[in-house]
Design a protein around this ligand. Sequence first.
Ligand code: ZN
Length: 372
Amino acid sequence: MKFPTATAVGYNRPYLMALRHRLEGVILKRHCWGITAVCVLLLAGCQTAPPAVAPAAPSPATVVSTPAPVLPPAPVAARTDDLIIVAGLGFHTGTRVVVWSEKAGLNAYDFNPTKQAGTENHGGRRLALPGGKPGGAEPQTPWTLTGLQKQIDQFVLHYDGEGFSRNTFNVLQQRGLSAHFLLDVDGTIYQTLDLRERAYHATIANSRSIGIEMANRGAFPPEKSKELDAWYATDAQKGIGLRPPANVGATGVLTPNFIARPDQPQIVTGVLNGRILKQYNFTSEQYAALIKLTAALHRIFPQIKVDYPRDVAGRLVRNKLADQRLEKYHGLLGHWHIQNNKIDPGPAFQWDRLIDGARRELAGDKHGVDGP
Ligand SMILES: [Zn+2]
């Protein structure tokens, strides 16, 4: 499936400057490849000049296969493997995204209802009620980008508890749930639905939010934290790594032989919604991809502020937000901010790392260069 890119629609100037910078880089690389191609072809021409005397035909025993001609690498194409889809349009993120229509994609549109799952796992977004409260009717006409920009103001972070995105996707499908994005341990982002759809991931926030399930084994109370021992093992040289039990089967991680390593060796302890919890951190590849995605979502949906809920001292709120506050909140959220029976994305998640990184990306836009 081909998606028109965001340049097909009106777009803000800083982003266009960043895009231009990126394209200039591509053109420069293409130019270099052009020169290389001429040189290689000239050399190839020397090597393949016809001999003055035709050689005798070799006997079958001495036939050697002709080496393949040396060709320059293909020109660098403008990147298309980083697009996310919003109302049918593609938007660059600068990180690898597999969309539902790709062969390796996870397609939440492809849903076979079961007794357990019910009849659907996503639906049309409901219009916001006066005051911004979600819960109105579906619009009469399909969602447009402009309509979605007025509606979407929250980005909800979850961990999946299953350890790997492909397994998580299967479980979500079985339960009649969905998330727009799944972030695997190697930093691959799967988009399972166009963002015009309402995914079923965060109850009352579904119509106004975008949801992401990040692969992680999850957080456990101290008396159950032995559960983590079955999933993580320490290598004397390389440190802690994710080694799932054999019964988990194929992980489906796209990077071959990838060993997921929590980005800090120690288990992290913290309190969320009044519960003491232990968890291993996410991988550096996940943080890098999430930073790019968060910046891209803010560019598309400026109402999603790049910040998290803070207390009066400016620290992360570790409990569910009061209903009125949640209603007025625009920005990033953990699932625990929405429901007091939830604890994801867990105590190990580094919120400042995410927002500092995303803000640096966005500052790079303003200066017409890519962020770090
Ligand atoms: Zn959740």
